[in-house]
Design a binder for this molecule. Structure first.
Ligand code: FES
Length: 369
């Protein structure tokens, strides 16, 4: 049954718009457009972003999470997207104040958007050999490649993977064109989505190869980085920030995209800080859901006072010990994956990450018309 609700006097609303409130089951957003009040749902069709916190330009409000737009008058998307509809409500200005009617005059309409470029599943037949993904994170100049110590050890590890008859894939981050993370997590944990909002929106963004590799393809991942000013490389961090959406699925949905996968690390630098780089990386990859073989990284550095970088390169090039260490690291990682694989029934038991404060999910499909 239709019900009119008094929101307040015109002056009271003018002092507040745009704002949101809950009316019965409806989370509404109140706007002012061309001196008239309008009311639409506060919940974005995409992932539930709060529309009243968005930027208003003319008739349209832009969702603060990922930029979808809606008319504040009709609740429809802009031209070309006008099949998309958030609920809109009748509003009346009367002598004693402003009233809004429930239920909405236009209900929510969700259009299924399925961009064709999104992640592929890469199903693996039972009994197939392990898949080993190498990720090189050095920012080498493509036009003038030099010897990279981290890449060299990664190459040795990948040679070993091929000898073990694993299926292999090597991704060099420097070959990919991908955007930096937009930090949607900082707006709200539910604003950081899987697939990443950038991947959903931008078919040209090539980090899809990394997402697919980590989530859908690989059993074992070897990540190689140089040390830059005491940290992993800037390309490594550019990738790591974009992987927040993988970890965030655990935080907000207990949805473990990474399970029964093994990670191993290769860290090289002219100067020191290996333990700090390894500690940081081990924490990060474990939070994504990876597990580690015994002695999960190999590393090389000649210490803080070693400024003679040409000798660093020479030493890695000539070192049989490091070459063997890279091969053994890969061997340990594959062996450990085999143990996991043989115990899959036990490993597949449901589990909880836990230890995080609950954050209620806003889901427009369930919400609040
Ligand atoms: S654009 Fe609104 S939640 Fe993504």
């Amino acid at each position: 049954m239709a019900t009119w609700h008094r929101l307040g006097t015109r002056e009271e609303l003018l002092a507040r718009v745009p704002y949101s409130l809950k009316l019965e089951r409806h989370q509404i957003a109140v706007f002012l457009h061309e001196d008239r009040f309008s009311v639409i749902s506060n919940i974005c069709n995409h992932r539930g972003g709060p529309l009243c916190e968005g930027r208003v330009r003319g008739e349209f409000v832009m969702c603060p999470w990922h930029g979808w737009e809606y008319s504040v008058v009709t609740g429809k998307g802009p031209a070309g997207y006008d099949e998309e509809q958030v609920p809109s409500f009748a509003v009346e200005e009367r002598a004693d104040g402003v009233y809004v009617q429930t239920p909405p005059v236009m209900p929510r309409r969700l259009v299924q958007h399925k961009p064709s470029h999104l992640l592929d599943a890469h199903a693996k037949p039972v009994g197939a050999p392990p898949r080993v993904l190498g990720i090189s994170t050095t920012g080498m100049d493509q036009g003038n490649p030099r010897f990279s110590t981290s890449d060299a050890l990664l190459d040795h590890a990948m040679d070993m993977a091929r000898e073990l008859v694993a299926d292999t894939q090597l991704i060099r981050l420097r070959d990919l064109k991908f955007q930096h993370c937009e930090g949607n997590y900082s707006k709200a944990s539910h604003a950081c989505t899987w697939p990443c909002a950038i991947t959903e929106r931008d078919p040209e963004d090539q980090l899809t190869a990394v997402y697919e590799g980590l989530v859908h393809w690989a059993d074992v991942v070897v990540i190689a980085t140089p040390i830059r000013w005491g940290n992993a490389s800037s390309l490594y961090y550019k990738m790591a920030e974009r992987l927040n959406c993988v970890q965030n699925q655990i935080t907000i949905h207990n949805n473990m995209l990474i399970k029964n996968k093994v990670a191993a690390l290769i860290i090289t630098g002219g100067q020191d800080n290996i333990q700090a780089v390894a500690g940081n990386m081990l924490t990060f990859w474990s939070e994504l859901g990876f597990v580690f073989p015994q002695f999960p990284f190999i590393a090389h550095s000649r210490g803080w006072d070693a400024e003679d970088m040409q000798n660093n390169v020479r030493q890695v090039q000539a070192s049989d010990a490091l070459r063997e260490a890279a091969r053994e690291l890969l061997g340990r990682a594959v062996d450990f994956w085999k143990v996991l694989d043989q115990n899959r029934a036990m490993m597949d038991k449901p589990m909880e990450r836990a230890g995080r404060k609950a954050n209620p999910l806003v889901n427009p499909e369930e919400a609040i018309v």
